[in-house]
Design a protein around this ligand. Structure first.
Ligand code: SF4
Length: 292
């Protein structure tokens, strides 16, 4: 629990001291683009901390540093029904929801399987925001990247969470290999639909959109090399991308996502078209934040 070398941790935000936490390590899924995918990490054993151990660290941070907000930065914390059940049993026993709020990563297919009582338990135990990889508005692309979720699952889970007051941060990617222009447009549409679907709900939905880039060791990396069209050096030739119009564009300056790219067209849409979609959605998100 020695945090001396963690800069800005804890930090003060929105009226609370907030600390980062790690509750689990590794991810059992194999999304084709992701550096945390199981096949890209054969040496990482997936491990989840015991609930009592997690709660003890939270209580220590409360008692020693006044921390009452936590962000679980794991690749996938709420990643299995049994993890959610055992973690929430431990949180309930310690009455975590009486004094803390926390944010975590989750998965659409897992949350789709849990019943309303479990979602209510997450609320009672202080879940403030869940970050979910949604990635695409196209069923074909979701299957291509092995996401194991569907459009119906996405809408249902986001609706069930925000109606309970749980905020949702949805991650999206544009410019996937093999993605058509129409499929990229479906992603833009899906984000807009989720904004509309959740506008009057007590929980907030926000989107975080990235341009696809290939990471070494991922399933997608192998597929791209197998086409014979690219060398590893080309795929790794990332450059920083300025989406702010040289700092002028306020909406893009507020983005907290990192922007870098290999500047290669992987789908039907050109790099400029992919960036235009990204900028459109980021502006929409900025306008919603300003209006809120
Ligand atoms: S995107 Fe999420 S669920 Fe998929 S492999 Fe990465 S961490 Fe796991």
């Amino acid at each position: 629990m020695d945090r001396r070398f963690l800069t800005q941790d804890p930090h003060f935000e929105a009226g609370r001291w907030e600390a980062n936490m790690v509750g689990a390590r590794g991810c059992p899924y194999d999304c084709s683009f992701c550096g945390a995918a199981v096949s890209a990490n054969p040496d990482v054993t997936i491990r989840v901390r015991r609930p009592g151990n997690v709660v003890a660290e939270m209580e220590y941070l409360r008692d020693s540093l006044g921390v009452t907000a936590f962000r679980f930065v794991d690749d996938l914390f709420l990643g299995a029904k049994r993890v959610i059940t055992s973690m929430m049993t431990g949180f309930s026993r310690a009455h975590v929801g009486d004094w803390a709020v926390w944010d975590a990563t989750g998965r659409i297919n897992v949350l789709h399987r849990v019943d309303d009582t479990t979602l209510d338990l997450l609320v009672a135990n202080g879940l403030r925001e869940v970050a979910l990889g949604i990635e695409s508005g196209s069923e074909r692309v979701l299957a291509y990247i092995d996401k194991r979720i569907t459009q119906d699952m996405i809408r249902s889970v986001v609706r069930r969470l925000v109606t309970r007051g749980i905020n949702v941060k949805g991650y999206f990617i544009v410019g996937f290999p093999t993605e058509t222009r129409a499929e990229m447009a479906q992603t833009v549409d899906l984000v807009r639909q989720l904004w509309d679907l959740t506008d009057s709900a007590p929980g907030r939905f926000r989107s975080s959109v990235f341009e696809f880039r290939p990471y070494p060791g991922t399933p997608e990396w192998g597929r791209l090399l197998a086409t014979g069209l690219y060398t590893p050096e080309q795929l790794l030739d990332y450059t920083a991308v300025d989406l702010t119009d040289q700092g002028v564009d306020e909406g893009m300056r507020q983005r907290d996502e990192f922007n870098f790219s290999s500047n290669i067209q992987f789908g039907e849409a050109s790099v400029d078209e992919v960036r235009a979609a990204l900028v459109t959605l980021s502006h929409g998100e900025h306008e919603r934040r300003v209006a809120a």
